[in-house]
Write a protein that binds this ligand. Structure first.
Ligand SMILES: Cc1cc2nc3c(=O)[nH]c(=O)nc-3n(C[C@H](O)[C@H](O)[C@H](O)COP(=O)(O)O)c2cc1C
Length: 223
């Protein structure tokens, strides 16, 4: 009888351990916390369906969104573009940040006024260098200052080789259009295949931006 009772207890314990396994949440949860790219890598390597050349082709077709934004408006648009395109985002930060006083466009002696009045001004960049390897499409955004691109954008484009990447300028402003800013940047860069740029109000919706991205893709395939 004692032996039978012992056997029943062992069986009950074994059944409980099997049944309770899926509720051991902490350890099982921690192993499934992977990034989207890790998950993709795993399923691709498991299926073994993609060749090395396909993978490296994809690695050369990444999209990058570069932005300079003094008060966050253009960065908001850049984040939307990056979200829609699944792109990486890189922010150009000035070595010396622009203060409210610096940005006073009503003062002809403010830092911005002086820089924009001097076509040769090249404010230094403080953010880390970026490598363009693998990026075939590069969006580049900035605010309009006195109808032009901020001079720090010229510093940036003159510091990099855009190679054969398709470069798409975009900007925000109170009301001015993009003017010649995209063309100036293209000419100062001296590399990259620069497309016509677009000005957005800070309030541009995700749908507005999606529609623009689609029209850009259409124009570049029509070429
Ligand atoms: C120095 C300076 C000059 C500006 N010049 C213009 C201009 O010529 N036309 C315009 O519509 N807005 C002008 N603006 C407004 C900015 O373009 C606008 O607020 C922009 O969305 C700011 O973007 P950010 O927050 O990314 O810096 C100027 C702003 C500053 C600080």
């Amino acid at each position: 009888m004692k032996r039978l009772f012992g056997m029943i207890m062992c069986l009950a314990l074994a059944l409980c351990m099997t049944g309770c396994g899926s509720t051991v949440a902490p350890s099982s949860e921690s192993t499934t916390t992977t990034t989207a790219s890790q998950t993709t890598e795993k399923s691709e390597s498991e299926s073994g369906s993609r060749s090395t050349s396909e993978t490296s082709k994809e690695a050369d077709n990444k999209t990058l969104v570069i932005v300079f934004s003094a008060t966050g408006t253009t960065r908001g648009i850049a984040e939307k573009i990056a979200g829609i395109e699944g792109a990486d985002l890189y922010e150009i930060k000035p070595e010396i940040p622009y203060t409210d006083e610096d940005r006073d466009w009503t003062d002809s002696n403010s830092r911005c006024s002086k820089e924009q009045n001097d076509p040769a001004a090249r404010p230094a960049i403080g953010s880390e260098e970026i490598k363009f390897d693998g990026y075939s499409v590069i969006y580049i955004g900035y605010p309009i200052w006195f109808g032009q691109e901020p001079r720090i954008m010229d510093t940036f484009v003159e510091s990099y080789d855009f190679g054969n990447a398709t470069v798409i300028p975009f900007c925000t402003s109170g009301s001015s259009g993009i003017g010649n800013s995209g063309k100036n940047l293209a000419s100062n860069a001296g590399s990259g295949n620069w497309l016509e740029g677009k000005r957005f109000p800070g309030s541009a919706s995700e749908d507005d931006i999606k529609a623009w991205i689609e029209s850009v893709a259409q124009t570049s395939t029509d070429r």
